[in-house]
Design a protein. Structure first.
Length: 317
């Protein structure tokens, strides 16, 4: 096991007194315990394969480049290379990938270039999708966020760039910033639902490639998006309360209402079902375990039902 003398540490990294960096690991033991107080692991700080690593809660920044083998030596049985609450690499070949609960950061290039992944399910614990985390995942079609989708704060530079088969994404109400090139090259991204009543900051024109996509926003927020920088470039901004009933639906899945129950039929097992009010507030959330589901809502009115990458608008009378 490593000891404190095995680390070259720099305090005040890049002039920031709060950043304490491991610049290099000089030990030879592949089982490493990072000292308390460290906030960052620098690029290429490990020049031997690391088989296990324990990190302090103070650690906030790292990526696969910290490890000479990109962290593959400590991958778990599902192919995830995790350091504390950070996902630094994935070496599996699943078509449907559930990011582990408890992960807070999907780090730089963690899943980039994966050619088999078609669907990724991101838990509510994730706060940041880092630079180029999913870039070049050319088969990726669906990105689903579980829970209330309010923890995710930032989608960083090029996070989904080059995901040419991505068609639909729901951006949770907690997102405040979408950086340059986040969805660049997503040429088939034709539906974007942004659940925040305050438009997130788009860093530049190059954040999105397809401004002809339909942009769905919470009820009463169309004018906010029309006047927000770069959001105003979308040709078709639609309030969730304005779309016609079931206009966003699918021929395969049936969504109906009986009294205060929303009835969902033919949704694939394991699908993520979320019910929103027209102003973007999450009302109900569950995962399908059978062919037919009944979900009761307390108040009559219009609701948006999302099932995977498909959306429905229903009236509870």
């Amino acid at each position: 096991m490593s000891n404190a003398s095995d680390f070259v540490i720099e305090k005040g990294y890049l002039g920031n007194p709060d950043v304490v960096v491991v610049k290099k690991y000089t030990g030879t033991d592949p089982h490493v315990v990072i000292p308390d107080g460290i906030t960052r692991l620098d690029w290429f700080c490990f020049n031997i394969p690391i088989e296990s690593i324990v990190v302090p809660e103070t650690l906030t920044s790292l990526d696969m480049r910290a490890f000479c083998d990109k962290g593959t030596a400590f991958a778990d049985s599902d192919g995830f290379c995790k350091v504390g609450c950070h996902l630094v690499n994935y070496i599996g070949n699943a078509e449907v990938l559930q990011i582990p609960e408890g992960i807070k950061t999907i780090t730089f290039c963690a899943i980039a270039g994966n050619k088999t992944l078609k669907k990724v399910i991101i838990p509510d614990s994730v706060e940041v999708i880092d630079n180029q985390a999913f870039s070049g995942c050319s088969a990726l079609e669906e990105v689903l966020f579980t829970g209330n989708s309010q923890s995710l704060r930032k989608i960083e530079y090029g996070a989904f760039s080059g995901c040419e088969n991505l068609t639909n994404i729901v951006i949770g109400s907690g997102v405040k910033l979408i950086e340059d090139y986040a969805f660049s090259g997503c040429v088939n991204l034709n539906k974007i639902t942004c659940m925040s009543s305050n438009p997130p900051i788009i860093q530049s024109y190059y954040t999105f490639s397809n401004y002809s996509a339909d942009l769905y926003v919470p009820n009463g927020c169309e004018s906010s998006y029309e006047s927000a920088e770069y959001w105003e470039l979308f040709y078709n901004i639609i309030e969730l309360g304005d779309a016609s009933i079931d206009s966003m639906g699918s021929d395969d899945i049936i969504v109906t209402t009986i009294d205060n129950d929303i009835i969902i039929e033919n949704a694939p097992i394991g699908s993520d079902i979320r019910i929103f009010s027209t102003d973007g507030i999450l009302i109900k959330h569950k995962t399908t375990a059978e062919n037919k589901h009944s979900i009761k809502v307390d108040i009559k009115g219009i609701y948006i039902v999302t099932i995977g990458n498909k959306s429905f608008k229903v009236m509870v009378k």
